[in-house]
Design a protein around this ligand. Structure first.
Ligand code: E4P
Length: 222
């Protein structure tokens, strides 16, 4: 399963790229609002210099022409831009038109397998079910990932499933087991995935024992 970083924060993206585990990035208006200070175009251009993987840029227009104009504009910023479009009747039309023009899309705000199926049929390269937001309202978000993975495999659908709205490391493991092609993960959750109390304790123990061994090698005072 590929790992995308769910952020517009350049520093976070650089760190994870250095770890060697970054397959792409997803942004959205809320994530961009958190970093601010620069234009969305500038942020996207910089992200695309850090990763050659897909970088999702979200349109905010709610009419077809607006969505198409924003999508076509984002696609000029870098070859690895993927245009993110929210699920709606107009959104499906925009996805279908952009696909005809060879522009890759990521259909976002997916909460049911049927929405995911529609997005794939319209031509979305990526579909993003929001696991955490379903869990938040006491529905099992992972069911949507599992159902879509089964449907896409059954009908040999090429679109990839991004497990989105990830809240914790368990969501990542469960997404991989449920058949998601990608999980888009906040920086904090990726850090949580790195650590385990026994790993951290083990590192300290090795350091302490190494220091003891070095002290034992020192010439004894006569
Ligand atoms: C996905 O592409 C979205 O940016 C994201 O996963 C939404 O997550 P949230 O529910 O934490 O806002």
């Amino acid at each position: 399963m590929k790992l995308f970083l769910d952020t517009a924060d350049i520093d976070e993206i650089r760190v994870v790229a250095r770890w060697g585990v970054l397959d792409g990035v997803t942004t959205n208006p809320s994530l961009f609002a958190k970093v601010g200070g620069r234009s969305y175009d500038d942020v996207l251009r910089e992200i695309c210099t850090i990763t050659s993987g897909p970088v999702s840029a979200e349109v905010v227009a709610d009419d077809l022409e607006g969505m198409l104009a924003q999508g076509r504009h984002f696609a000029t910023l870098a070859p690895n831009i993927v245009v993110k479009v929210a699920m709606s009747e107009t959104g499906l039309e925009a996805i279908s038109r952009l696909a005809e023009e060879g522009i890759r899309t990521n259909c976002t705000l997916i909460f049911t397998a049927n929405q995911g199926l529609l997005a794939a049929k319209a031509g979305a390269s990526l579909v993003s079910p929001f696991v955490g937001r379903l869990d938040d309202i006491n529905q099992d978000g992972m069911i949507v990932i599992r159902e879509l993975a089964e449907i896409f495999a059954l009908y040999e659908i090429d679109s990839e499933i991004i497990s989105a709205s990830i809240r914790n490391p368990l969501h990542v493991t469960q997404s991989a087991l449920a058949g998601a092609h990608i999980a888009t993960v906040p920086f904090k959750v990726l850090q949580q995935m790195v650590h385990h109390p026994l790993t951290d304790k083990g590192i300290e123990q090795f350091k302490a024992d190494w220091a003891k061994a070095q002290a034992g090698l020192a010439p004894k005072a006569s």
